[in-house]
Design a protein around this ligand. Structure first.
Ligand code: NAI
Ligand code: 15L
Length: 278
């Protein structure tokens, strides 16, 4: 009797940064479908390894040599790690700006040719809610956090043209189990749609540097993915099923700061001197 060989997975080892975070915990599991080994890293505590296919290596993205060591034996990176909200510049500088530079440098040194970068809708957060955007719309970062994601996207463009490292930058909207407020009825990205988008970002050939908004098929979308059609991303979820629950929440007596902008409260965070704005 002949035994059928298992179909080889597309990657040998994927490095997942930010593995302890909300999205990292989801993707650590989902990425197992695409690689023999998923190497999870984070500065925060992670769930223990469940076997040789599930490596757990703590690390700080601000440590250049440490990030290079994490990339040993890796052939793709899903880069989620970093500060994920608006914070003082110095915090963003270490984790997001230096950290993402370290990821790209390590990729160059180790010959890694595919990166999926968790960018953010806050790269274009200062557009009014309702205005239609696509990946070619001029950026309007809404804070140091959004600026750091814009820098990450520029790193991706540079490392593609200079070194042939291909990236898909995911301008994620709001990826949580369900939308939390009226704004998120437009910006919500379900976890299954996130998993599909990351899979397309890893597996689609010849992406160069592609920017795609990470959003489900919500009714009132602000973002078109017309320039990322080659990814074949076809979201299956919609925030509509949560509309009744969200719209039954009482409206605040005074409009919340930033509520006219796509970036919402991020556009009103700071300044941070003397603890103000935190
Ligand atoms: P999260 O804050 O839950 O996870 C980020 C992880 O990065 C944390 O576990 C944190 O410990 C780690 N980290 C921070 N600084 C680090 C450092 N110096 N070295 C190593 N690890 C470090 O964020 P979440 O929601 O999981 O988001 C993942 C990524 O997606 C982030 O880059 C975030 O900016 C981006 N994103 C997420 C959105 C969402 O709706 N969840 C929306 C837009 C972008
Ligand atoms: C982000 O970039 C944040 O990482 C996330 O926590 C959400 O706040 C999201 O944007 C959003 O805009 O809702």
């Amino acid at each position: 009797m002949t035994t059928q060989a298992a179909t080889p997975k597309p990657f040998q080892r994927i490095l997942l940064t930010g593995a302890a975070g909300g999205l990292g915990q989801i993707l650590r599991e989902a990425l197992q479908a695409h690689a023999d080994v998923v190497r999870a890293t984070d500065i925060s505590p992670m769930a223990p390894s469940r076997g040789a296919h599930d490596e757990v290596l703590p690390g700080n993205l601000a440590d250049k040599a440490g990030v290079a060591a994490l990339c040993q034996g890796v052939d793709a990176i899903v880069h989620l790690g970093g500060v994920s909200v608006e914070r003082p510049f110095e915090e963003i500088l270490e984790a997001n700006i230096r950290g993402t530079f370290h990821v790209y440098e390590a990729a160059r040194q180790h010959g890694i040719k595919r990166i999926v970068f968790a960018s953010s809708n806050h790269v274009t957060g200062f557009y009014p809610q309702g205005e239609a955007l696509d990946a070619h719309s001029p950026r309007r970062p809404d804070g140091y956090y959004g600026l750091s994601k814009a820098y990450g996207e520029d790193l991706a463009t540079f490392y593609f043209h200079r070194y042939g490292i291909q990236t898909v930058s995911l301008r994620i909207g709001s990826s949580f189990p369900e939308p939390r407020n009226r704004r998120m009825l437009s910006t919500w990205l379900s976890y299954p749609d996130l998993e599909q988008l990351v899979a397309r970002a890893l597996l689609t050939r010849d992406v160069g540097h592609t920017v795609v908004y990470g959003v489900s098929a919500n009714r009132d979308l602000w973002w078109s993915n017309r320039h990322a059609a080659h990814l074949g991303y076809a979201p299956q979820d919609s925030s509509e099923k949560f509309r009744g629950k969200i719209e039954s929440q009482p409206l605040p007596a005074v409009a919340e700061a930033g509520s006219q902008f796509q970036g919402g409260p991020f556009t009103a965070a700071g300044p941070f001197e003397d603890g103000a704005g935190r």
